[in-house]
Design a protein around this ligand. Sequence first.
Ligand code: PBG
Length: 324
Amino acid sequence: MFFPANRPRRLRKNENFRRMVRETRLSVDDLVFPLFVTAGKNVKKPISAMPGNYQMSVDHIVKEVKMTKDLGIPAILLFGLPAKKDERGSGAYARDGIIQRTVSEIKEKVPDILVITDLCLCEYTSHGHCGMIKKSEVDNDTTLDVLAETAVSQARAGADMVAPSAMMDGQVQAVREALDEEGFEEVPIMAYSAKYASCFYGPFREAAESAPQFGDRKAYQMDPPNSDEAMREIGLDVEEGADIIMVKPALAYLDVIRRAREEFDLPLAAYNVSGEFSMIKAAAKLGWIDGERAMMEVLTSIKRAGADIILTYFAREAAKAMRR
Ligand code: PBG
């Protein structure tokens, strides 16, 4: 039966009807808040391309983590900016490295929030690539050893979960084996499985000072037009031992999120990346959109596409908006 018997507008009439039939609910439980830690003391340096985000020294980070926890957000994702970078990215696995010191400090002062460590080398290498350079290329297999060593040192510092994001083949297996060997078999891996070579990481590279000094990341991150390949990448990570799989970025890849949801039954994360955040901030600042509504609409769209976990710079603002 068609119109006039069918009138979908009946259930949209007021907010109580809309609440009753709403299909997707965003919750504070879904959110992970990324933070950037830098060397020094009492440093809180604004990241100009990501309004409201800062490079902060450990003392400030601890306060921010506490605030994040008090908003009910279950986890943070930590990125480190080492004082010195080198060819090998040795700051990534140094026992007293920026991440190692910060993680143990957070675990001591704010125990009741999950600390996830981003596991990559681009913030630590002088050339800004995510792995070891051999003959002007990023070498896969030597990078695996460094990632594995870094994962172990992060776990030793107290990380609750590691998140390999270098897009090296076999990285999840290398990290899993190394963690198990060192007695960290209980530490889960959130794998950046389908991570695309995206322009939407632009503002992040200012935040993490991690822009490649030559070339680009297209020889290791995925080619944006591919989604069959994303399913193969995710499948490999599942076989290698990933506990959580991820699609990144989120908004230009909602179809990939939906497909991953349908093809895999592991918890699925999506990274609402820096460029996706900053576009909304910029448009809102210009008065072109309602920033808060745009934030809630995009976060809900990521959930509707099928993500269980959303890594987002909006986490705290969204948590506040959901309280009202
Ligand atoms: C490290 C890493 C990047 C992001 C997360 N981890 C940058 C990159 O791959 O260039 C991007 C996050 C963002 O844009 O918010 N490899």
